[in-house]
Design a protein around this ligand. Structure first.
Ligand SMILES: C[S@@+](CC[C@H](N)C(=O)[O-])C[C@H]1O[C@@H](n2cnc3c(N)ncnc32)[C@H](O)[C@@H]1O
Length: 422
């Protein structure tokens, strides 16, 4: 196999494993890359094609249905959609894509003549095929069901942008660090900015100085708009790899906890680079002793992660849906535990990178029904800090879909502050 065929073969292997075995992209990608001796450019190419093949997989399904009337096998669908993505959306020279795709088809026992014929048909229709628009019914049934339950959510705001590359957003340790930042950027607040260039994270200026960390605009908002968080004892029960905690570490005493050992190592690496110091625990939050109480408990709970669909496009690509029963159980249990760890007049900040009703408002309504000593402290819609008025609901929640904000693509996120009144 020549190198070019090898890269396409690796792309196929990564995608088929995610598709069939419901694995996460990062895990499969790192494993496969370690198996072959790829150079930097090849790795970046494989990464780009894989991510975009997953982002555009619904588009590809519609395109393939136009040319093929029989049901495609999984390996045919994966191989052809990665070729379509290279031709239609990544502007790679079509003849090279067709040649390499036919080469791979011979390795994976897909009939080369079939692949060649389909791709030739696609080449004749490139401009029309680029104009394809998705409808809600093109999405997996579980997704249609979940999004239909979300009040005041326009599904088309999601459908129109979920497949775009995410914008890179940095949060700075201080206003001074942002004032002195030399890369091309657009400010999103006094201490945060969207990056206007594409660069490897570790090559961005002042990475080693620890002046900033990567955190999406929407996931930065809850702690940025909260009443001044200063001089408090805080417990972050799901802390790794650390974005939310970094926003409050300089002004408070924060205990950082996470159940996952590997993520704790990443958290420690981040703390070292950012020159922050904090007490770290590696426990199941449900096992925390309840004798010590905190002013604030942060619950950045595990969830379907649908808000981060651009970074994790496998969520809609995998054959299995997220395990909502299990996730909702974890969300409820973490909230219940937090209610026992927070002081009187203290607060819980519940956050998820999801906009689905079952992981957001439903969990909160149920919690408030079972815990009459808690109530919502509404976020202030008139925050001067950020122009996000329509992202705060009348009930006081912060909620956004993965969408376009000004010229940037931001994640979906939900948060609410719950005050303990007794
Ligand atoms: C959404 S992530 C947290 C992101 C983090 N707050 C940040 O800003 O970078 C959820 C985290 O919860 C952790 N987690 C899941 N179940 C947990 C449990 N029972 N106890 C403690 N941590 C848990 C996961 O390992 C994961 O790191």
């Amino acid at each position: 196999m020549n190198r070019s065929t090898k890269t396409r073969y690796a792309i196929f292997q990564i995608l088929i494993e995610i598709f069939k075995k419901n694995k996460s992209f990062d895990v499969v990608f790192n494993q496969k890359i370690a198996e072959f001796n790829f150079n930097k450019n090849e790795i970046s190419f494989i990464n780009n094609v894989c991510l975009n093949s997953m982002r555009k997989s619904i588009h590809c399904k519609i395109i393939l249905n136009k040319f093929i009337k029989t049901k495609l096998k999984a390996n045919e669908f994966i191989l052809l959609s990665s070729a379509i993505v290279q031709i239609l959306y990544l502007n790679i020279k079509p003849y090279a894509v067709v040649n390499e795709t036919v080469n791979v088809s011979k390795q994976i026992k897909v009939f080369p003549g079939f692949v060649n014929a389909i791709l030739k048909n696609i080449l004749k229709n490139i401009e029309n095929l680029k104009k394809i628009e998705l409808k809600l019914t093109d999405f997996p049934a579980w997704f249609v069901d979940e999004i239909s339950k979300c009040e005041n959510v326009d599904p088309y705001s999601f459908i129109d942008t979920f497949h775009k590359q995410p914008s890179l957003h940095l949060v700075f340790k201080s206003e001074n660090c942002l004032d002195n930042f030399e890369e091309k950027h657009t400010r999103s607040s006094k201490k945060s900015a969207f990056l206007d260039i594409k660069k490897k994270i570790s090559d961005i200026k002042n990475f080693n100085e620890g002046d900033w960390w990567v955190q999406d605009f929407s996931s930065m908002i809850p702690l940025a708009i909260s009443n001044k968080i200063k001089n408090y004892n805080i417990l972050d029960i799901c802390a790794a790899p650390g974005g939310k905690a970094f926003q409050i570490l300089s002004n408070n005493k924060v205990v950082l906890n996470d159940i996952n050992n590997k993520r704790i190592l990443k958290l420690k690496e981040n703390l070292l680079r950012l020159r922050f110091d904090a007490e770290i625990k590696n426990l199941n939050a449900l096992d925390f002793v309840e004798d010590k109480k905190y002013d604030i408990v942060l619950v950045d709970s595990p969830c379907s992660s649908i808000g981060t669909i651009r970074r994790h496009p496998e969520i809609l690509f995998k054959t299995e849906k997220p395990n909502f029963v299990k996730l909702n159980e974890i969300q409820k249990n973490l909230l219940k535990k937090s209610s026992r760890l927070v002081k009187r007049k203290g607060k819980i900040i519940y956050m998820v990178c999801s906009f689905f009703h079952s992981e957001t408002t439903k969990i909160i309504k149920q919690f408030l029904e079972e815990n009459k000593n808690f109530s919502i402290r509404k976020y202030n819609q008139n925050t001067k800090l950020l122009n996000i008025k329509n992202l705060i609901s009348k009930e006081g929640y912060f909620l956004t879909l993965p969408t376009k904000f000004k010229n940037y693509y931001i994640d979906g996120f939900f948060s609410v502050e719950l005050i303990r009144n007794d």
